[in-house]
Design a protein around this ligand. Sequence first.
Ligand SMILES: Cc1ncc(COP(=O)(O)O)c(C=O)c1O
Length: 367
Amino acid sequence: MNFPPARILLGPGPSMTHPRVLQALSGPTIGHLDPCLLDLYAREQNLLRRVFQTENEWTFALSGTGTSGMEAALANLIEAGDAVLVAVHGYFGARLAEIAARLGAQVDRIERPLGEIFEVDEIEAALRRKPYKLLALVHAETSTGAEQLHVAEIAEAAHRYGALLLLDTVTSLGGIPVKVDEWQVDAAYSASQKNLSAPAGLAPITFGPRARAAVARRRTPVPSFYLDLNLYADYWSGAHAYHHTASSGLHYALVEALTILLEEGLESAFARSRANAERLWAGLEQLGAPPFIPPAYRLPPLTTACVPAGVDPHAVRARLLNEYDIEIASGFGALKDKVWRIGLMGYSSRPENVQKLLEALKKLLAD
Ligand SMILES: Cc1ncc(COP(=O)(O)O)c(C=O)c1O
């Protein structure tokens, strides 16, 4: 097999894979009901609980990418006709609203322009307008590089008005604090390939007591068989009933990646992520490509950098890949030609990667 070149992955995901994780990936294939894999699920659940900072029993890694986590959370919580509020501050918030609508929810959106986040009172004002079953929100908006602050206050407001809070933590988990229990987040999902630095293909998810009670009260079955969390619970930790043919290799890899993260310690990983991001931000300022998001809610794992006037962002991105084997991404939607998106996630977040990128950008911008 002729492999593509090994890239320095500094885009919005996937991030680079630690050599220990790559080695774990090549472990022996075993059956999806092999007692060794079932034991591994129990370990994986404990590791995921530590990373999500929760005691939630329903904590799994779903077979599928981050979008399967998003779809599973919504499909298990929503029944057709339910009122759902989605606070949209970028592309992935809009995706939440789209999936909720496809599930038959009555979806109301409140929106912030790209690059901004919500204040608690705006969300509270929307919650006051009518009773919602669910409020859905993206914690770290990968399309803009903004961190939605005040999650605990937003959860408190949601509960006061009788709504559950669903939080997308795809770009936050493992890179910045995500405190599911302390913040009283009812349901959250993520993806294996961002700050956790495992291969894409698994979606960590956690459901707390209120979310589980909502699932138990459903009048209709979960519309997706594949993403039905009752069936997951039965397969992972209940009767171990066959549900689907899970990939042992992906689970070895995620367990190893979570082990590496917890060996480093969550607080140290967050500090490393911030220190490398600050190196990047300082370098970008010097190159005349300053970060687009204000420091107060700028995300260390994902930076949007303003493209200097007169520079073709797509040509620079292509040359970074072709000549330097460095992957970064373009902007989304209205930001397409205005910013680059630079990820420093998990194992990609290292000083030498920041330096290589800044040196390459300097040469390309001088051209
Ligand atoms: C915030 C956010 N949510 C959801 C997703 C979807 O994840 P995936 O591409 O793994 O399906 C992404 C992917 O980039 C994301 O950044």
